[in-house]
Ligand binder design. Structure first.
Ligand code: CU
Length: 308
């Protein structure tokens, strides 16, 4: 009986989870975890959109199976208990039902495997890419190199911004907590253009790390002496955060990944400046984004004035 209660609690949790993830599909651009978040981060790439769909799809099948099994268990317990059914049936075989309970699970597995393999190929088969970035895992930070022609000199290491420094920056620049999220913000962001297919080559220089960005649906091991590849194509601008996802030592939790997706024009300006100085390029980029926000804000107030 205890077991049954547990079952139905799981089922209601599943039903709730299906509902919640369904709700979150509407949100388009949140790049970091939020307090009390239950589902996955909103998708920022086509791969992540498919992952979210696949999660909801398998979760709904699982929910159905769990409900069916719970109902069958309850039926057996109540209808065929000793009191209600003192002389049990002596049936030992029923060909029909044996065929049914073999064939239906096979069909369900086939139904799951088709989109599962399609998604695996989509993740691992690198499409035609427009640029390449190499990420190297170190104990305990990430090193990035831009690999395209003319960009060979653009390389930097990205360290997590420590708590004390973070509070200073927030106070000095008047930022919000979400603009410089704790344990996720880094001193250098990986800058990439929006709507561009980026190939990421991932390796490590000491122990095994893992390069993972949830909103992009990417997670790939960073293994010394091995070059792994993944890709993403971000559909919205904004900063997307990830973390090392392979236990790599004492400061494993403190080597986050921050990818800043900017407009194509902003990227061109950044890349041009970064060829000679990444710090200057970042200052320029911050200026460009601040200008863009100002323009957007004025446009918004104008609209309000007009609508009055
Ligand atoms: Cu690591």
């Amino acid at each position: 009986m205890k077991l049954l209660k547990h079952h139905s609690a799981t089922v209601s949790a599943m039903v709730m989870a299906v509902g919640l993830t369904g709700l979150m599909v509407g949100a388009s651009n949140a790049a970091q975890p939020t307090p009390w978040q239950m589902g996955m981060q909103p998708a920022a790439t086509p791969v992540m959109e498919d992952i979210r769909w696949f999660n909801d799809f398998t979760l709904s099948i699982m929910t159905g199976v769990t409900i069916l099994v719970a109902v069958l268990l309850l039926t057996v317990i109540f209808r065929f208990r000793k009191k209600a059914n003192p002389t049990p049936s002596r049936t030992s075989h029923n060909t029909m039902i044996e065929v049914v309970w073999t064939v239906i699970p096979i069909l369900i597995l086939v139904m799951i495997s088709v989109p599962s393999f399609r998604l695996l190929f989509k993740q691992l088969d690198i499409p035609e890419y427009e640029m390449t970035i190499k990420a190297t895992g170190y104990q305990w930070y990430w090193g990035y190199e831009y690999a395209d022609e003319g960009m060979e000199d653009v390389a930097f290491d990205a360290y997590m911004i420590e708590d004390a420094e973070r509070l200073d920056i927030i106070a000095n620049k008047g930022l919000t907590n979400a603009e410089l999220p704790r344990l996720l913000a880094t001193d250098y962001n990986v800058v990439v253009p929006v709507d561009t297919t980026v190939r990421v080559q991932v390796t490590a220089a000491d122990v095994i790390h893992s390069f993972a960005v949830p909103a992009f649906g990417i997670k790939i091991d960073a293994v010394p002496f091995r070059l792994n590849e993944t890709w993403f194509r971000a559909a919205n601008t904004g900063i997307y955060y990830g973390q090392c996802s392979e236990l790599c030592g004492q400061r494993h939790a403190f080597m986050p990944i921050a990818i800043q997706v900017v407009t194509k024009e902003q990227y061109v300006a950044w890349a041009e400046a970064a060829k000679s100085d990444v710090d200057e390029a970042n200052t320029l980029l911050a200026q460009l984004i601040a200008d863009e926000k100002k323009v957007a804000a004025t446009a918004a107030t104008n609209v309000k004035v007009v609508s009055r």
